[in-house]
Design a protein around this ligand. Structure first.
Ligand SMILES: *Cc1c(COP(=O)(O)O)cnc(C)c1O
Length: 437
């Protein structure tokens, strides 16, 4: 390893936390020298670089690839105007245009937008809004969220409280976390019809939890059709229709967290479209800016916005410093327009078929429990925990970057991956697993 690289990595390990990491027993990290298109250039430790296809899209975000000329140009042009201004008392074209676009492309009843800086914060704001809504309607006791097991909604406290209570971080923060109401996880599998016996049993269980807690619950919150970081777990759109009906029956709001599923990842622009239902509140983030900058948004219906506005206080009580950052809004608008200018749905379908073909042989391998594909998301679930450093290395030797977690080796490639690159991803994951875990 060249002198300078080992020094950077040494400094990194002493100075920096990485996601979910320990400072005294850090797991290995690799130095990125550059990135363009679908490829990362990683320092090889010997003065050179190795290229790897980013099969993670930098955690669901980088849908159009690195250094995309359209996105780069949008940012340059906004930098030459202004990079940031406060959003209190001031406004700007990038925010207004992006809000217009989001209202246009999301389910019809969603008409109002709150911009913030990360997905977790958008979930915080969605929960606040739901609580304020119930207070405005005179339901002061409705202070809990109803959700299902297996979810993931972010790492700040309110989102953490609706993450899966077993796989999430609940046990570390017992006492500090709001105790929410959990129903069972929906039965697995996207294709389950509404009259599937397991689905009917699940729906009955949800109905009884909802009825039991009807005076305490402000809103239902779930990730539509695919639970992401909670376990890469697809479920039937029919379950969303069940939740919509329960919300209507009991006067709960329905919050859909589309931070991972938004912008085409599951094959429709938003996951809710599979079910043909409309949420009252929607959260988007991750791919919103094409992976360039941190930005998220919470959208809601006019009923919710006006009810909260006419309630005690009137205002929605949130206002981050970097709210509606102009650079982030400008690149988000460019990213959405670039997506919509292409036949993205066909492309996601092709990636889906490519991943299904590439990962299918993995299903036959010893130590593999399940292989599943939904939209441009491919997942191999092992029989036990992944040996993270070994698996990452084995896939990287085949020219592909992945970041497995728990028992899952998975990919959600950038939409700009060619068919060959999708095939390379599938083969790299399958071969690495075949080498043994
Ligand atoms: C990533 C994610 C979040 C959290 O977003 P951050 O930007 O990391 O705060 C929330 N919900 C879902 C479904 C996510 O995938």
């Amino acid at each position: 390893m060249s002198q300078s690289v080992s020094r950077w990595l040494q400094q990194d390990s002493e100075l920096l936390w990485h996601p979910y990491s320990s400072l005294t027993e850090p797991s290995p990290v690799r130095l990125v020298r550059g990135a363009s298109g679908v490829r990362l250039q990683l320092d090889d430790g010997a003065g050179g670089v190795v290229e790897a296809i980013d099969a993670m899209s930098s955690w669901w975000c980088m849908i159009h690839g690195y250094r995309n000329p359209v996105l780069d140009a949008a940012l340059h042009s906004q930098i030459d105007r202004f990079s940031h201004v406060m959003f209190g008392g001031l406004t700007h074209e990038p925010a207004i245009r992006l809000a217009e676009r989001l209202v246009e492309i999301t389910p019809e009843p969603l008409r109002h937008v709150f911009f913030c800086d990360s997905g977790s914060v958008s979930v915080e704001v969605a929960i606040k809004l739901a609580l304020q809504y119930q207070v405005a309607r005179g339901h002061n006791g409705r202070t809990r969220m109803l959700t299902v097991r297996g979810g993931y909604h972010g790492d700040t406290f309110a989102p953490m409280s609706v993450c899966d209570p077993v796989n999430g971080m609940h046990s570390l923060f017992t006492g500090a976390l709001k105790e929410q109401v959990f129903g069972p996880q929906p039965p697995s599998g996207f294709d389950r019809p509404a009259d599937d016996p397991e689905l009917v049993v699940w729906a009955a269980a949800m109905a009884s939890v909802a009825a039991r807690h009807r005076d305490e619950v402000a809103a239902i919150i779930v990730e539509p059709v695919l639970q992401g970081a909670g376990g890469m777990y697809p479920y039937s759109p029919a379950c969303l229709r069940v939740l919509r009906e329960l919300a209507d029956e009991h006067g709960f709001l329905l919050i859909l967290d589309e931070i991972a599923t938004g912008f085409g990842r599951t094959g429709t622009l938003f996951g809710s479209e599979h079910a043909g239902i409309d949420p009252d509140i929607l959260c988007v983030g991750k791919a919103l800016t094409g992976g360039y900058l941190s930005l998220a948004a919470m959208l809601c219906t006019t009923d919710v916005a006006h009810t909260v506005s006419s309630g005690p206080g009137g205002a929605l009580m949130h206002g981050p410093t970097f709210m509606a950052n102009p650079l982030a809004c400008a690149v988000a608008l460019a990213s959405i327009d670039l997506l919509l200018s292409q036949d993205w749905a066909t492309r996601v379908g092709e990636i889906s078929r490519g991943l299904a073909a590439g990962l299918a042989p993995a299903a036959e391998l010893p130590g593999v429990k399940d292989v599943r594909v939904l939209g441009a998301v491919g997942v191999v679930q092992l029989a036990g925990p992944v040996d993270l450093p070994r698996m990452t290395d084995a896939v990287l030797r085949r020219g592909v970057w992945v970041r497995p977690f728990r028992d899952l080796v998975y990919t959600m490639p950038p939409y700009v991956c060619s068919d060959d690159e999708v095939a390379t991803i599938g083969a790299a994951i399958t071969e690495a697993i075949a080498e043994g875990n």
